[in-house]
Write a protein that binds this ligand. Sequence first.
Ligand code: GLU
Length: 295
Amino acid sequence: MTTSRRLAVALIAATALALSGCGGDGEDTPPATDGGDDGGETAEFPEGSTMARLAEAGTITVGTKFDQPLFGLVGPDGVPEGFDVEIAKLIAGELGIDEDDIEWVETPSQNRETAIENGDVDIVVATYTINDERKQRVGFAGPYYLAGQSILTLASNTDIQGPDDLSGKRVCTVSGSTPEGNLLANFPDVDVVPFGTYSECLEPLRNGQVDAVSTDNVILAGFAAESDDLEVRGDPFTEEPYGIGVAKDDVEFRMWINDVLEEIFADGRWTAAWEATAGTVLPTPEPPSVDRYED
Ligand code: GLU
């Protein structure tokens, strides 16, 4: 709602109050701001909700990746860029929060649940796969993108063309990630080498300490796009639906983010965010369907 519209609503309410001659004791007169339902600031959110709290504060703390090209990569100015970052900005915008008022916090894969549980972040948008195990600890709005696990090797490597070629190989991935879990559970012959972030896998790959890096196809595509010596191999071999992590019990906030996602899927803002970031390297997909699961 514009300021003049808000003012008009307040004036009408005040005039009605004056004309009716009430406002005295015992009268249950609603506050003037309750009338707004289409874009007023905090007045549009239920009292006591996370949305109202954040809108009132005018700031939101977002956990994202700082080292993943296309999704979350800190630029020279210290501010992250990428598709996840754009999604977070759109959510913040719906709360009336300017992108300059977002506090960005790096949340590597193994820290995401803890960061949410501790209240260190309000949301996590960080190539974060929705799964049942994580749902024991956090809530997920979304999905807002569907990725899949894949493999990165040196372009000069001819041995590894897909997951079946990983037996006996040293494969770098990240602690606490779903690709790590998948390799440990389903690839017993792979020597899994875990690091803290995916960018930390690149040096060992280049100096031959590991034979491949494995995580989501779109993360690997970001690294490969930056360096001619790296290539993504084979088709994705898992499903990694990306969700927005929130506090487990905050169903109201989760559902509100789902509403925002459905809105930006429908009005083109999601596609524009994709095309400005990951879409510079990857094809533009159709938006997925959100999953409003019940606990
Ligand atoms: N999407 C996977 C996950 O959430 C891998 C990417 C990542 O570690 O951020 O574990």
